[in-house]
Structure formats: C-alpha cells, structure tokens
Write a protein that binds this ligand. Structure first.
Ligand code: CP
Length: 315
C-alpha cells in the first residue's frame, strides 16, 4: 500500500517534483484520473494552506475531497488501546479509522504532537493509529514529527529558483517565537533537503538541537552569522527544544532575520512554511521584499499534493 508520510528516496522525490512541475504548467491535464475516487482530509488541528491546497489538488485530478475538522466537528477520539472509555472520549480510533477506510480511497491526516509526551510524539503515535486501522493509503498532512507535503513543496520551490549548474547553499535557521512550536517542519525540511542532495547548514541557539535522525549530513552551528554567509536559500523556522522536550529556552530577538543578517548573502532567497508571526520570526522588511519566496512555497503546496495523490492513484 502506498502511504505518503516521509522522504523515501531521491529518485522518488525527483519524480514527484517533476510531476508537480508538470501539473503546475497544466493543472487539469489529469482531470479524469481521480473520477469516482474520494479523499478524506481529517484535521485534528487547524490549517489554512494544507486544507485548501489538498482540496484543490484533489479537484484538479477529478477526485472528491471531504474535509472533517475532527477537533471541532467530530467525536472526541480515544487513542489508547484497551481504554475504559468512561471519561471524555466518545469513539475509539480503531472504530473511527476503520469506518473512514470504508468511505474513502485515500485518507489524509493532520495530527500535531502534544509536545509533552516525547515518547508518543517521536513514535508518531496518533498518526500511526490511522495507518494501522484505516486499511487504505494514508497521506500525512503534518504529523507529530514530519510535514512531508510542505517539504515536497519546498524542494519544488528550491528547484524553480536555483541557478542551473550551481549547487545551492541551503540554510535552516531557528527563529524566535512566543509559543512552543512542533519540530515537524524543521525535521522534514532537513530530511528532504539532505535526501535531495542539497548542502544544508542548520543554525540554532544551544539547546535547540533537533532529533539527530533528521539532521545527519547537515552542518550544525550556533553561529547564525557564519551560517548565513553566501547562502542561496534561507529557511526560517521556529521549533521548541527537543532534548528538554517542548520547552522554550530562548526568545532572543537577535535571531529574527532582517536585511542586515543577509549582508553577506546578497542573492539569498528567504523561505518560510507560513503561517508566520511577522516581526517576531521574520521581519516585514524581508517578507515584503524580492527575497521572499514564501508565497511561491504556498502556491506549490497545490502541486505537491496533486503529485502525491496522482502517484497514489497510479496508472
Ligand atoms: N504550512 C502549513 O502547513 O500551513 P497550514 O498550517 O495553514 O496548513
């Protein structure tokens, strides 16, 4: 069964990027491919881009997309096996996921981490329950540890903006934030950038080391200034501490990217997955400048999702 949950192999990523770029040129070229098929988009957490882009991607393939905001509209789900359900939860994931598996051809799920239970989060426990019980292909709309549709869109965006024949220097830099933020986007971006063969540098204050399984092969430094030198792509993202799980160790505003930070990176394009807290994570000056390609990333979410759904439909 074809699930889409993480980076698999460069050859797979290359094919998805190529297909996404084909769809970007002709979004409705495969309009009959998904006729009669349904994708269920299950959100346990809020979304703007993932929700709309996945629905549009499905429509471009002739599929029907049904969105359920389970946090607001669904029954409260019980995730623990063997639970005596005499408290707040109404329906067990075993039953709910199995029912959804009979209604849809593909299930797409967003399930954020708790940021309090490190073991369950790092095992991607909630997301994996959907895979376990749905019995149909499952697409990650962002799990506790990964956001692969975002990363695929990011790789497409880098490919569109890189200079032919030049290996780009890609930098992932931590940014301040007022809340404890999941690691999924940073983990996935590292996983995909390294897997796709990019030279990746990760800059963050001490105490913000990501899970090593996502960053092997990257240069990691607490020196943001050095990291940014001659960068071609700068991906700005906050994440909470991983070792001291889910904690905020720093809100140091000197890490917020401004034009001054990029004086030794004249050609750098700046990326962010959005939503972004302006003038906390990233300055207006950067976001409203020619350097920013955040809207391109968001647009490419459609074609990333379309390539993934098309690949699952096969043929
Ligand atoms: N980047 C992203 O996943 O955006 P949403 O949370 O709005 O879907």
């Amino acid at each position: 069964m074809k699930h889409f949950t993480q980076f698999e192999h460069k050859s797979v990523a290359d094919k998805l990027i190529e297909l996404a770029l084909t769809y970007k040129k002709s979004p409705r070229v495969d309009l009959s491919k998904g006729l009669g098929k349904r994708v269920g988009c299950i959100f346990l957490n809020p979304s703007l881009r993932t929700r709309a882009s996945t629905q549009i991607a499905a429509m471009n393939l002739g599929m029907e997309a049904i969105v359920m905001n389970m946090d607001k509209e669904g029954w409260a789900l019980e995730m623990q096996n063997g639970a005596v359900m005499n408290k707040g939860t109404v329906e067990h994931i075993k039953d709910a996921a199995a029912v959804l598996g009979t209604y849809f051809d593909v299930l797409a799920v967003r399930a954020f981490p708790s940021l309090t239970n490190k073991k369950e989060d790092t095992e991607d426990f909630i997301f994996s329950q959907f895979i376990k019980y749905a019995g149909i292909p499952v697409v990650s709309l962002e799990s506790a540890i990964r956001h692969p549709l975002q990363s695929l869109a990011d790789m497409i965006t880098i490919q569109e903006h890189m200079i032919a024949g030049k290996k780009p220097k890609v930098v992932l830099t931590w940014a301040p934030h007022i809340k404890a933020i999941p690691h999924a986007v940073a983990n996935s971006f590292a996983e995909w950038a390294i897997g796709c063969g990019h030279e990746l540098t990760i800059a963050h204050p001490e105490g913000y080391e990501l899970d090593k399984k996502f960053t092997e092969g990257a240069t990691i430094t607490p020196n943001q200034k050095e990291a940014l030198e001659n960068a071609d792509f700068v991906y700005v993202k906050n994440w909470s501490a991983f070792d001291d799980y889910g904690k905020i160790h720093s809100t140091d505003s000197s890490w917020m990217l401004t034009e001054a930070h990029l004086k030794n990176a004249p050609n750098a394009k700046v990326m962010h997955c959005l939503p972004v807290r302006r003038n906390v994570e990233l300055s207006d000056e950067i976001l409203d400048s020619e350097r920013s390609i955040v809207q391109k990333q968001a647009e490419n979410r459609i074609y990333a999702a379309q390539a993934v759904l098309s690949n699952i439909l096969g043929g």
